[in-house]
Design a protein around this ligand. Sequence first.
Ligand SMILES: C[S@@+](CC[C@H](N)C(=O)[O-])C[C@H]1O[C@@H](n2cnc3c(N)ncnc32)[C@H](O)[C@@H]1O
Length: 296
Amino acid sequence: MVRQMGVEQFDGDWLALREPFDAMARNPDIARALMDHLDEKGRPRFLDLGAGTGSLTRWLGHFVGRAHAWVLADADAELMARAFDTMMDSAEAIGWRATWPQRKVLLLHPPEGAWRIEGILTNLAEAPDGLPLENVDAVTCSALCDLVSEAWVVRLAAALARRRLPFYAALNVTGQERFMPPCPGDALVARGFARDQRRAKGFGGMALGAAATDTIARVFAGHGYRVLRGASPWVIPRQAGEMAYELALGHAEAALRHERRGEAQIRAWAETRADQAEAGRLSARVGHQDILCLPG
Ligand SMILES: C[S@@+](CC[C@H](N)C(=O)[O-])C[C@H]1O[C@@H](n2cnc3c(N)ncnc32)[C@H](O)[C@@H]1O
């Protein structure tokens, strides 16, 4: 297993569990606006930052409707390997052929034109250094920008503006989370979770957390970009017990990092939420926003 120092780690099983909820949440109007912008590109090329297991490609690729190419960028070699395996499995499950014209290039063959997928292992803390911006038509990401710092967005925006590249960032947290039914400890957990969202996550400064979309909008607008935003909340129904449970556990673990004096109450909260999830009585709504910045 290859891991990089200082890089926030994500569990592949958690990314797989959330993938259908991500897919239902992402805003299709914002995705279509990106595709309209790329209309004149014969075979658009996308660079997906923090691609993880490739969840965004599997969703956004269906909006392209013709041959196109992806470069998946991530620091985690294990997630990258899983991205290619999952990409092949899900393509074959819907009857698309998968071929390897080169050792590190996967081609999927839907009827409307091939998807070319390759990966680069890189620490995005250094971005835009090391990114193949000369060879892409759009830069994308999903569930990444609440981890990064404002300085990181400033550097990336300057680099994209020089090349007039669009930037699409899906699933940025808004800070509006709600578990149902209400439970003692909700406010404490929410406060600790919100503090954890600003913890530095390896991108050279405090993480943007719920300030991500406002920051991206302001910085890109400063370069003359037109900015579109759309809601993309996770809606976790009572029947989705495993997702609701993992979500609550993640909130409790994050809150525990910051609310040491409230530890007993947070642990009791997590136990209550686990019981509710198991009994099919826990639902949740987590606010997100998708944002698209188009060069003017
Ligand atoms: C929340 S996950 C999102 C994954 C994927 N985009 C999705 O929507 O499922 C964040 C991703 O960013 C990657 N990441 C975090 N910090 C990174 C860094 N400094 N350099 C490269 N990748 C990083 C993680 O490995 C992980 O795959």
